[in-house]
Each structure stands twice: as structure tokens, then as C-alpha cells.
Design a protein around this ligand. Structure first.
Ligand code: BGC
Length: 777
């Protein structure tokens, strides 16, 4: 394996794509992540169709399906009651991309002959991965190859490849071998908890293989989770050709032979689909696969490519963030938004994993990253996807209830810290299951959704039940101390370098918000929708006095504050610990988690990521400006930002408290975190929370946006390095464009009749077609 810090790639600063102009084995592993394609269900790493014969450890094939997982018992050498029992991990599924190119008796190989020209582009507007190259074989035959790949946004099961070969200095026999490769296995994790699953060996059992005409399919089944999967491809070549089949174990091949003429292009295409029993009845899978493939072939690659572009035009029309004057950031933010769109599940059964669908890091698990980091981007840009993310949590409610019982809570629901299908998969509880704040994070996202959309139907259908049932857990784990304050002991907050503490500030403050919100919902429903209230209360066996108990606990919640330093304490003991010896910690010892036993870290004042500082953002109106500044100063000095979730939050608060340079630097760190591989592990997958943190960095950070009680407030600032920036948000069915230029901000209502907002403390009313330009002070 290459040391992570050698994995770097410098791309030209193109605002709408990433482009590489040379083939480099040194950055290949990383490039496979960066050039990955996905559509929220299928994720294909940016590996080459022809395979890769480079040095060992410099490539990792990866084809993933969101939510398609295997499960395995978690082995604990020392057991304890209530530990998570089963891990679920995203499976590496058969590779349908493979195309081998033979010219007479020579096989195209990046490592042989000479690569005369090479260019690969991931285009955020077309959604295509385009590769063009010219190659001279060891015996001197020259070919030009152009391949295009798309993973269709409008059909989650489908991807397509167009592959063209032109003989440049010869006429002769060209073979294209289209492969379906079922020999796949998952990565093994080693010592790094952020890498892959601890499972080795193949996970898919073979049930059937089919091959005829231009079609191949593998029918497989997972050992433990019991899902059936059909991976199928249909290929074709224009013009006269000879076709042969071959099967070698789990590898199915169709070879197309053609007598190619110098200067004439051989055109080949291939469509791939995946269908699993997570979505359909088992006996439908093959039929659905064939049907989807024939439709795709009838439509053809160009039509699919046009549809892809149209889908993306619509996406960018809404979601584009324009940053003028900073090409590096412009490229970074669009790259991030594109990958978010590629990663997010949108069928209500799947979610968005920490690494999207680009690698096996964190095993394809979904975390709180969704609700606190990623949700806002979708809520304000694609609310229909945000809604699907909420539906996913609704689907997980039965598991959350079961988990609550395992954790000795007689009532209520406790969501898992990390999961795919809904069961808790966290095998290290101090930095996992102990993060009870997940419940409040989910309630927070529902509150955000309700405030932005006013979607009462959703509230009545599922939102209210989730918020109320999860709120009950706070009463289950909290209690009143001798002074009558409500305390929450033995939890872990967002900062994973501090574990199992009493009264983590973030947790208590978010629990207070959650309890108040749950009580407010109960009151609203009782008054306005008594029948729905009765139905929901019956379903969760809610007792009449519970909402009052929620209010009381919330009102009396202990929120640790240090009078001497005048800062919020991260928890009861944090400030009494020894500060980490940063001055004598060599650079190579970061991230600390890879170099120190957890207990060594836990004993110190050192944070992996924003904790109190995150509360300053989420509960913004509950703090004074002075408190925010003092908290920022204090916690910044003890934070390593070893988690990729940290810099964006520090950027936002830096902006708010007036540290313009820091705001910019932290933003830069977040916006190009994967492109520049600053955390050294992007080869295992992109960091979706940080990617969405970039959007928050612009909207919440530089534009100072906060939506409080449904009303948007802005306090825009223009970083000195930029000429202007612009973004759009959807709020209450309106579409608002915010453009910050010079000392002014222009608000333009693109959709909707009127919208009230607050600009730098002043309330204004906006009407359609009458943009307002206001000074930024
Ligand atoms: C962070 C967590 C996060 C997880 C997945 C960890 O490094 O500390 O807050 O949920 O990564 O992104």
C-alpha cells in the first residue's frame, strides 16, 4: 500500500470538471475515488474498463449498491450485555464495466507499450466520465480509444458505456471482450477503523449464470443477509462482427471480433444493471434486468447521455453555488455537490453513507452525518430528496424501538449510531452507541424540514411519532441531580476524542431542543389534529403526562458553563483534564486516533472535531455574540480537526465571530478536502459530510444564513479573495437567489409571490421580479 501522503493529484482549475492529462499509477488509487460515478444507488469507482496492471496496492476495484449489504456477527473477545451483535457492510458487487481490447494477439495494457496521449474528464454538467487516449502496442500498432461512461440518474438500476477504438496505423483484427466479473471481495480493515469491514473472502454465493446473444447475467445470493442479486449486462457492436461466449468460473465474457480498417472507428456499447431482492420479489429480478437492458439498448447511449445532461441541468439550475474570483474553490464546491448528488439514496429505504458510493471506508454505514451535515444541502436545494432521507428514518423506527428495549429503556426509540438497514452496527460503543445525540440530530432535521416546508402531512404521517418517541429516551437516560437540574450521564458527544462523559454540552442542549419540540408537537396535535394525536399516542402508548415531563426536563436541563472562563464546558470534566501536549506532538502522529490508545486521548483536553462549537451553529439564537467568540477561541486551541466533519463548522463560526481569515482557511480546507486529499484517506472514499459542509460554509458561513422559526436570516460577508458569490435556496415553496457582491447583497425571488427575510438584523419583504439590493451592515 502506498503511504497516504503520496496520494496527491493536482488538477487544472476547471470550474465544471476534473481533468487529468496523464496516467499516473502514483495517484491511481485516489483517482478511482475522485472519478467515481454514481446515481444514489449504483456507485462505480473510476477504475478503467480494461483493468489495471499497476503496482500492487495502487488500485481497488469497487462497484457498490446503496443499501445492499451483507451481515456478520460481531466477534467480541470480551462480551457484554447489549453490545451490537451484527455488523452490516456494503458489499462489493460484480464488476460489469470490464472491456478488454485485443489487437491481433496483443492486449491493451496501460503498463505495456506506450501511452502517447491520455485525458480523462469527469464532467459535472454532463455527468459523463470521458476518457480519450492513444496507445502504441509493444509491436508498434497504434490505436485511439474513447470511452464514455454514465450512471443514469433517471433509472437507478442502469449504467452505460460507449467505447470506440480507431486503428491509427494498421488494419487488422480487433477484439473487444465484454466481461461480467463476479470474483469480488471486500477490503479488510486492518488497524484503521475508517477503512473497510473486518470480513474477508467472497460474500456472494453463486446461484445461476446465464449467457446468450449479447446478454450475460449472474444470479447470486448473500450468505447471511439473504438477498438475491442479479447483475446483468447487454453489449453490442455496430457493423459486422463475430460473437463468442466464454465462461471462466464467475467471469462471463462475450467477445466481439471485427476486421478493423485503419482510420475507421469500431463502435461498441455496453449497458449494465443491478436488481436485488431488497427492492423486488426474487422471481422478478431476471425479467426486470432483461427488460431494462433492452429498453436501454433501444434508446441508445446518446439518448441516455442527453437525459443525464438534462437531469443535471435541472440540478445545477437550483443547486449551483457560484464563486467568482476563486477557481480552486469553485471547482471544489461543484465537485462536492456533484458527488453528493451521486451518493444520496432517494428511495426512502436507503440513505447517504459517510463515503458515499465511492469506496468501502466506514463500510457503507450511515451516521448522524446525514442529518446534521448533509440534510441542509438537500433540504434547501432538493427538498424531495430531503424528504426521502426522513422516510428512511421512519422505516428504521421499529429497529430503533427494539434497540431502546435492548438498552433497557421501557419506552421510546433509540436510533443506531451507525447502520445500513436500521440495526445498531457500532462495535466500539464509547465512540459509537454512546452518542445518544443521534436521536436529537434526527429530531433537529425534522424540525428543519417542517420549518422550511410546513409539510403537515409529513408531520402527521411520521414526523411527530419519530420526534416524540425518540424524545422519551432523554427521560430514560437522564435524571434530576441534588440541585434539581436535569442531567444526562455517560454519553459521548460529537467529539470522539472525549468519551462517556456526564453532561456533554452538545447533547444536553440538543436534548433540550428536542424535548421542547416534542412537547410543542404534542400540544399542536392535541389542539389542531386530535384524531391524529390519539392515533399516534395509541401507537406509541404515550401517557397523558409525558409531554409535561418533557417540558420540565428541558426547562431544568443542566447546560455546563464555566463562570471563570465564561465558556460553555464541553462536559462536566473536560476543563479539569490536562491539555494535550500539542507542542510536542509530531505532525506524523496525527490523526491521534491512529497513534494513541483511546484512553490516552480521553484523558486529555483534546477534540477531534467541533462539539460545543457545533452547538453554536445549530442552536445559534441561544448564545450571545461574546459567548460564541470565547467558545470558539477556547475550543479552537484544543481541536485537531482529525475528523473531516470539523473544519466546515469552524469556518462558519469563524465567519460569524469576525475571523475572516480563519473562516476562509477552514473553508478552503473543507471545500477541497477530497480533491487535495488533505485527510490522506480519500482513496477509501469521499467524505460526504465535509462535502455538504462546503455548502453550509457558503450559506451558513459567509452568507450568515440561519433559519429560525421558519424565517431566514442573513448577515452576508464577501471574502476578500472573491468577487462575488451566489446561491439559491428553496423555502416555503419559494425559490430565493442570494448574490453577494462588493458591500451589497441582492435578494431575488425567482419563484413564489412574497418572502419575508431578515438582512443584517432588518426585516424585509421580497416580492417576485423586484430584487432588493441591500448594504451588508
Ligand atoms: C467522526 C464522526 C462521523 C464519522 C463518519 C468520524 O471520524 O468522528 O463524527 O460520524 O467519522 O463520518
Amino acid at each position: 500500500m502506498l503511504p497516504a501522503d503520496t496520494l496527491q493529484h493536482t488538477f487544472p482549475l476547471d470550474p465544471w470538471c476534473i481533468r487529468e492529462t496523464s496516467f499516473d499509477t502514483g495517484s491511481n488509487f485516489l483517482d478511482e475515488t475522485l472519478f467515481a460515478l454514481g446515481n444514489g444507488y449504483i456507485g462505480l469507482r473510476g477504475t478503467h474498463e480494461e483493468g489495471y496492471g499497476g503496482p500492487v496496492g495502487t488500485s481497488r476495484e469497487g462497484n457498490f449498491l446503496n443499501g445492499f449489504y451483507e451481515s456478520e456477527p460481531i466477534q467480541y473477545p470480551e462480551n457484554a450485555y447489549g453490545l451490537a451483535r451484527t455488523n452490516q457492510f456494503m458489499l462489493n458487487v460484480p464488476n460489469l464495466k470490464g472491456i478488454a481490447l485485443w489487437i491481433e494477439d496483443e492486449c491493451f495494457d496501460f503498463m505495456a507499450g506506450s501511452l502517447d496521449s491520455y485525458e480523462r474528464i469527469l464532467d459535472f454538467r454532463t455527468g459523463q466520465l470521458l476518457r480519450k487516449l492513444e496507445w502504441t502496442s509493444p509491436q508498434g500498432r497504434r490505436v485511439a480509444i474513447t470511452s464514455r461512461r454514465i450512471v443514469c440518474f433517471d433509472n437507478k438500476h442502469l449504467f452505460a458505456i460507449s467505447y470506440e477504438v480507431t486503428p491509427l496505423n494498421f488494419s487488422g483484427r480487433v477484439w473487444l471482450v465484454s466481461a461480467l466479473d463476479g470474483v469480488v471481495k471486500n477490503l479488510e480493515a486492518g488497524d484503521d477503523p475508517r477503512v473497510g469491514s473486518a470480513v474477508s473472502g467472497p460474500s456472494l454465493e453463486m446461484e445461476d449464470a446465464q449467457q446468450w446473444a449479447h446478454f450475460s447475467a449472474l444470479v447470486q445470493r448473500t450468505h447471511n443477509s439473504g438477498f438475491k442479486l442479479v447483475s446483468a449486462e447487454l453489449s453490442g457492436m455496430e457493423g459486422p462482427h463475430e460473437l463468442r461466449f466464454a465462461r471462466n468460473g464467475l467471469r462471463l465474457e462475450q467477445s466481439y471480433a471485427v476486421a478493423a480498417q485503419q482510420g475507421q472507428t469500431v463502435r461498441f456499447h455496453k449497458y449494465g444493471v443491478y436488481y436485488s431482492s431488497r427492492d423486488y420479489a426474487e422471481d422478478q429480478l431476471l425479467g426486470l434486468s432483461k427488460e431494462a437492458l433492452s429498453i436501454a439498448q433501444a434508446q441508445g447511449f446518446s439518448a441516455l447521455a442527453q437525459r443525464q445532461e438534462a437531469y443535471l441541468a435541472d440540478f445545477w439550475q437550483q443547486a449551483d453555488v457560484e464563486i467568482a474570483g476563486d477557481d480552486a474553490l469553485q471547482q471544489g464546491i461543484r465537485f462536492n455537490q456533484f458527488h453528493l448528488l451521486q451518493s444520496v439514496g432517494r428511495d426512502g429505504k436507503t440513505n447517504i453513507s459517510a463515503k458515499g458510493l465511492t469506496g468501502e471506508g466506514y463500510e457503507g454505514h450511515y451516521f448522524w452525518d446525514t442529518e446534521i451535515y448533509i440534510f441542509p444541502f438537500f433540504l434547501y436545494n432538493k427538498p424531495e430528496i430531503a424528504r426521502k432521507l426522513l422516510d428512511y428514518r421512519q422505516a428504521g423506527l421499529p429497529f430503533a424501538r427494539e434497540r431502546a428495549r435492548q438498552m433497557s429503556h421501557a419506552k421510546g426509540a433509540l436510533y443506531p449510531w451507525r447502520t445500513i438497514a436500521g440495526e445498531e452496527c457500532s462495535a466500539y460503543f464509547p465512540a459509537g452507541s454512546a452518542q445518544y445525540h443521534i436521536n436529537a440530530d434526527i429530531a433537529y432535521s425534522i424540525k428543519m424540514y417542517m420549518e422550511a416546508t410546513g409539510d403537515t402531512t409529513y408531520l402527521l404521517q411520521s414526523g411527530a411519532e419519530i420526534v416524540m418517541d425518540t424524545a422519551r429516551i432523554w427521560l430514560g437516560i437522564g435524571s434530576y441531580n441534588r440541585d434539581g437540574a436535569f442531567v444526562i450521564n455517560q454519553v459521548t458527544g460529537p467529539d470522539e476524542y472525549t468519551a462517556l462523559v456526564n453532561n456533554n454540552y452538545y447533547t444536553n442542549a440538543m436534548a433540550r431542543m428536542h424535548l421542547h419540540y416534542a412537547a410543542a408537537i404534542a400540544e399542536r396535535l392535541q389542539n389542531q389534529y386530535p384524531q391524529d394525536y390519539a392515533r399516534i399516542a395509541a401507537a406509541m402508548e404515550l401517557e397523558a403526562e409525558e409531554p409535561e415531563e418533557w417540558c420540565r426536563a428541558a426547562d431544568l436541563m443542566l447546560l455546563p458553563y464555566d463562570q471563570r472562563l465564561q465558556i460553555h464546558e464541553q462536559d462536566d470534566s473536560f476543563l479539569s483534564k490536562k491539555v494535550w501536549d500539542f507542542a510536542n506532538t509530531p505532525k506524523e502522529n496525527y490523526p491521534l486516533l491512529l497513534n494513541y490508545h483511546p484512553m490516552v486521548i480521553y484523558r486529555h483536553q483534546v477534540c477531534k472535531q467541533a462539539d460545543v462549537v457545533l452547538a453554536l451553529l445549530l442552536l445559534s439564537d441561544q448564545f450571545t455574540a461574546e459567548d460564541k467568540k470565547r467558545d470558539f477561541d477556547y475550543y479552537e486551541a484544543v481541536t485537531t480537526h482529525d475528523s473531516s466533519l470539523s473544519s466546515c463548522i469552524y469556518s462558519i463560526i469563524a465567519s460569524e465571530v469576525g475571523y475572516a481569515d480563519k473562516a476562509y482557511d477552514y473553508f478552503m480546507e473543507t471545500a477541497r478536502l477530497d480533491l487535495d486529499n488533505t485527510h490522506g484517506n480519500t482513496h477509501y472514499g469521499v467524505h460526504t459530510a465535509a462535502m455538504a459542509g462546503t455548502w453550509m460554509g457558503v450559506a451558513y458561513g459567509f452568507a450568515g444564513m440561519r433559519v429560525i422559526d421558519g424565517e431566514a436570516r442573513f448577515a452576508p460577508k464577501l471574502p476578500a479573495q472573491w468577487q462575488h458569490y451566489q446561491f439559491r435556496i428553496q423555502l416555503h415553496g419559494c425559490l430565493l437567489q442570494v448574490r453577494v457582491e462588493g458591500e451589497q447583497t441582492e435578494y431575488r425571488l425567482l419563484k413564489g409571490e412574497t418572502l419575508e427575510l431578515t438582512h443584517c438584523g432588518k426585516r424585509v419583504q421580497l416580492v417576485q421580479d423586484a430584487p432588493l439590493r441591500l448594504a451588508n451592515h
